[in-house]
Write a protein that binds this ligand. Structure first.
Ligand code: HEM
Length: 483
C-alpha cells in the first residue's frame, strides 16, 4: 500500500511501514540540530517539493515561492482545507477559525475579519489602540522597574503583557496588569506546553492524544488550552448575562469584538435563520483569536529586540532615519510607512530571521491532483514551509545573518517573504501584527537607548524542533536617550 501510494506523491526519503520517516528524521535531527536543517537536507536530494511520511500519513512540503503561489493562490479551491488533527483540534472540534472548514470556517473567518476591520484593523484607530497600550506599559514599568534612571525588564514578559493587552482590548476591552495571576498561569503553562509540543501533537488523532494512554503528557500539553478556554468561557458568559440583565448596554455596533458577536447572535436569532453564531462558538472564536494573536506577535517582537541588541549599527541607522522623519518631536505612525524604507527593511528582516513557525499549519488534499509536475494523491497533507523558504540560500545569501539591507538591495525579496502564510488560509491578523511590529519597534528605538542586561542573547532558538520557534529569554534595559 505504502509503495503504491509513494508512486502518486512527490519524491522523498523511503518510508518504513507504520513509522514512515521518523527514523530518518531523528537521525538527521541529532546530526544537524534543527527541524529546518533536516528539511533542507531532504530538499538537497529531492528538490523543493518533497514528501515526508509522518507515521502512516504522507505530508508534502513546499519550499519554493512560485510553487506555493501556483498551488495556494491559483488553485486555492484544492489547497484551502485545513488539516486539523491532534492538538490543533483539541477543544475546537472543527469550530473556530484555525481548525474549521467549509461554510463554518468561511462564515466565522469573514465575521472576524469584518469585525476587526470595523474596529480599526489597518486604520488609524488601530494605531491609537496600540500606542495607548505601549505608552501605558512603558509608564507602568517606569513606576515598578526603574533602576538608575533606566527600565530593566524581561523582554518576553514585557511583550507578552503589551501584545496580550492589545488583543484583549480589541476582543473584550480589558488590559492585563503586571502580576495578574491568570495571565501568569496562562503564560507559564503555555511555555511548558510549547516546550513539550512535538510532531505527534500535529499528526496523532485528537482522540488518541486525549485518551488515558497519553495521560502522562496531557497535563503539560493541554493545560494552557483548558485554562484559556475556561477563562474565555467565564468572561464571555458574564458579558452575555450582563447584556441580558441590562447592566451592559451595547451601543453603535458595540465597543469590542464580543459586543459585535453578541449583536450578531441576536440578529440571527431574530431572523430565525439557521446560524452557527452562539455563546459556545463565540468562546471558541475568541479562544482562537487570542491565542493566534498573542504568542505569535510577542515572540516576533522578542526576536526583533534580540536581533537589534546584536546589531547596534542597525539601531544607529534606524534611529537616524526616524529622527530625520520626526525631528524627535512626535511618535512614528502608520502613515509614515512610505517614508521609512530602512524601518520597513528591518521589520522584514526580523520576520525572516524569526520565522516563528518551524512547522507551518497543514492543509488536507481531498482529490488527486498535481503540484510542480509531480502527482499528489488524495489523503495527503501539504504545507508551504516558510521556515525553509526564509532560509533558502538561493534567495537569501547567508540566511542566518541579520542584515536588513538585503531588502533594500533587492526589491524582489519582499514578495517572497510570507511570514503570514499564503492563500485563503493565510493569517487574518496580518495587518494587526504588522502594525504592532512597526509601531512598537520604531517607537522604542525613537524613545530609548536599548542595552542587554548581562550578556547579549544569541540569535538562536531554545527549541529547534518545536512547533513555535521560540526566541531566547533575556532581560533588556531601556535607557533615556542621549541627545
Ligand atoms: C507576527 C504575528 C503573526 C504571525 C507570524 C502569524 C502567522 C500565521 C500563519 C503562518 C498562519 C497559518 C497560515 C496557513 O495556514 O498557511 C496563521 C493563521 C492564523 N492567524 Fe496568524 N500570525 C500572526 C498574528 C496573528 C494575529 C495578531 C491574529 C489575530 C488577530 C492571528 C490570527 C490567525 C488565525 C485566526 C489564523 C487561522 C486562519 C485560518 O485558518 O483561516 N494571527 N497566522
Amino acid at each position: 500500500y505504502q509503495w503504491r501510494k509513494c508512486q502518486r506523491l512527490p519524491k522523498g526519503p523511503t518510508p518504513l511501514p507504520l513509522i514512515g520517516n521518523f527514523h530518518q528524521f531523528i537521525y538527521y535531527g541529532i546530526k544537524l540540530g534543527s527541524a529546518v536543517a533536516v528539511y533542507h537536507e531532504f530538499e538537497k536530494t529531492y528538490g523543493k517539493v518533497f514528501t515526508i511520511w509522518m507515521g502512516p500519513l504522507p505530508s508534502v512540503y513546499i519550499s519554493d515561492y512560485d510553487v506555493a503561489h501556483e498551488s495556494h493562490i491559483k488553485r486555492a479551491n484544492i489547497f484551502s482545507t485545513r488539516f486539523a488533527h491532534g492538538t490543533t483540534n483539541y477543544i475546537r472540534e472543527g469550530r473556530g477559525i484555525i481548525a474549521a472548514n467549509g461554510d463554518f470556517w468561511q462564515d466565522h473567518r469573514r465575521f472576524a475579519l469584518t469585525t476587526l476591520r470595523n474596529f480599526g484593523l489597518g486604520r488609524n484607530l488601530m494605531e491609537e489602540k496600540i500606542m495607548e497600550e505601549y505608552n501605558y506599559r512603558i509608564s507602568d514599568y517606569k513606576r515598578t522597574h526603574l533602576k538608575n534612571g533606566a527600565i530593566e525588564i524581561h523582554a518576553g514578559t514585557f511583550f507578552d503583557l503589551l501584545v496580550g493587552s492589545i488583543i484583549n482590548q480589541l476582543l473584550i476591552s480589558e488590559r492585563f496588569e503586571q502580576g495578574d495571576q491568570e495571565f501568569e498561569k496562562i503564560k507559564t503553562s503555555l511555555a511548558l506546553s510549547l516546550e513539550n509540543f512535538g510532531i505527534i501533537d500535529i499528526f496523532f488523532p485528537t482522540a488518541i492524544l486525549d485518551s488515558p494512554l497519553m495521560k502522562w503528557r496531557q497535563k503539560k500539553i493541554f493545560e494552557p488550552f483548558d485554562f484559556i478556554y475556561e477563562v474565555s468561557k467565564r468572561n464571555l458568559t458574564k458579558r452575555m448575562e450582563a447584556v441580558k440583565s441590562g447592566d451592559h448596554v451595547i451601543e453603535d455596533g458595540g465597543r469590542d469584538f464580543v459586543d459585535a458577536y453578541i449583536l450578531k447572535i441576536q440578529k440571527d436569532e431574530n431572523s430565525g435563520a439557521p446560524s452557527t453564531f452562539n455563546l459556545e462558538t463565540m468562546i471558541i472564536d475568541v479562544f482562537d483569536l487570542w491565542q493566534a494573536g498573542q504568542e505569535t506577535t510577542s515572540t516576533t517582537l522578542t526576536w526583533a529586540f534580540c536581533c537589534l541588541l546584536n546589531h547596534p549599527n542597525v539601531v544607529k541607522k534606524l534611529r537616524a532615519e526616524l529622527m530625520k522623519l520626526t525631528g524627535g518631536n512626535r511618535h512614528v505612525g502608520l502613515n509614515d510607512r512610505a517614508d521609512t524604507p530602512y524601518l520597513n527593511a528591518v521589520c522584514n528582516e526580523v520576520q525572516r530571521i524569526a520565522s516563528i513557525l518551524n512547522i507551518n499549519l497543514f492543509r488536507k488534499i481531498e482529490q488527486d491532483t498535481e503540484i510542480a509536475g509531480q502527482p499528489l494523491a488524495s489523503g495527503c497533507v501539504v504545507t508551504t514551509q516558510m521556515s525553509m523558504l526564509h532560509t533558502d540560500v538561493e534567495v537569501y545569501k547567508n540566511p542566518t545573518e541579520f542584515r536588513p539591507e538585503r531588502f533594500l538591495e533587492n526589491n524582489t525579496l519582499e514578495k517572497k517573504l510570507i511570514p503570514f502564510g499564503i492563500g485563503k488560509r493565510s493569517c487574518p491578523g496580518e495587518s494587526l501584527a504588522r502594525a504592532e511590529l512597526y509601531l512598537i519597534l520604531s517607537n522604542v528605538i525613537l524613545d530609548v537607548e536599548i542595552e542587554a542586561v548581562g550578556s547579549i542573547p544569541k540569535i538562536l532558538t531554545s527549541n529547534p524542533f518545536g512547533l513555535l520557534r521560540r526566541p531566547p529569554s533575556y532581560d533588556i534595559r531601556f535607557k533615556p536617550l542621549k541627545v
